[in-house]
Design a protein. Structure first.
Length: 236
């Protein structure tokens, strides 16, 4: 089953959003996907006793193109952790063989990002001006709803600054995601109407390459793909 075409609600499993209906299916024996487990040491090695032999199902598929082979994301219930899953990537090749990457880490499904960020907005501080230094950007994460917001295990409060253009409209590429490490800084609950002031991270080596001047920048809360409006700030 492919998450791209079945139209069912999605959940996030690790980094991927997959079909909730696919996780509800009964699943099948691992051999039905690998033909012969013993031919695929990526599944065994020192993990032979931890790989589930049944309960596997396809939760996401991509077709081959000029840049990549066709892939299938497989998932099965974790062998010991309740409500958790393990995953594997099956990468097909034109010669009919496939390679596998097994991930034994338990993954607990959570709501998709669109739902988890629905209560939130990123607002630039009232004292922000175009003279604010790019190296010292701050932004407020605001709970705009009347209900508390609670993070999941996949959420954090890392905000990156993406430079889009200089003050003359010349496009600039870069500035975001360089220093991102999942889970850092740790996310915390936000009460109704509450705010949390966060640093906007722009990698120093990227800033060092920019010429002095004003730049159009957007803040992005990476784990939730939540974006702010764009604003100007200054490289000194």
């Amino acid at each position: 089953m492919s998450t791209q075409d079945d139209g069912s609600p999605l959940v996030q499993l690790g980094r991927l959003e997959v079909s909730e209906a696919a996780l509800d299916e009964e699943g099948d024996y691992l051999d039905s996907f690998t033909n012969n487990l013993l031919l695929h040491p990526a599944f065994i090695a020192d993990r032979a006793l931890t790989v589930p032999l049944m309960g596997w199902r396809i939760v996401r598929e991509t077709e081959a193109n000029d840049d990549a082979e066709a892939t299938q994301i497989l998932a099965a219930p974790h062998p010991s952790k309740v409500d958790a899953w393990v995953t594997a990537v099956r990468i097909s090749s034109q010669d009919g063989f496939a390679t596998y990457r097994y991930d034994p880490d338990p993954m607990i499904p959570v709501q998709p990002k669109t739902q988890r960020r629905a209560q939130l907005a990123l607002h630039w501080p009232a004292d922000h001006t175009s003279a604010t230094s790019l190296a010292r950007l701050r932004i407020f994460l605001v709970n705009t709803s009347t209900q508390p917001w609670f993070p999941t295990s996949l959420d954090d409060f890392f905000v990156t600054g993406v430079i889009e253009a200089d003050e003359h409209g010349t496009e600039v590429a870069g500035g975001g995601f360089f220093a991102y490490i999942d889970g850092t800084p740790e996310a915390s609950p936000i009460p109704p109407g509450g705010t949390c002031e966060l640093r906007v991270d722009i990698e120093q080596s990227f800033l060092d390459r920019l010429l002095p001047g004003k730049y159009l920048v957007m803040a992005v809360l990476v784990s939730l793909e939540l974006s702010s409006t764009t604003t100007f700030a200054t490289k000194y």
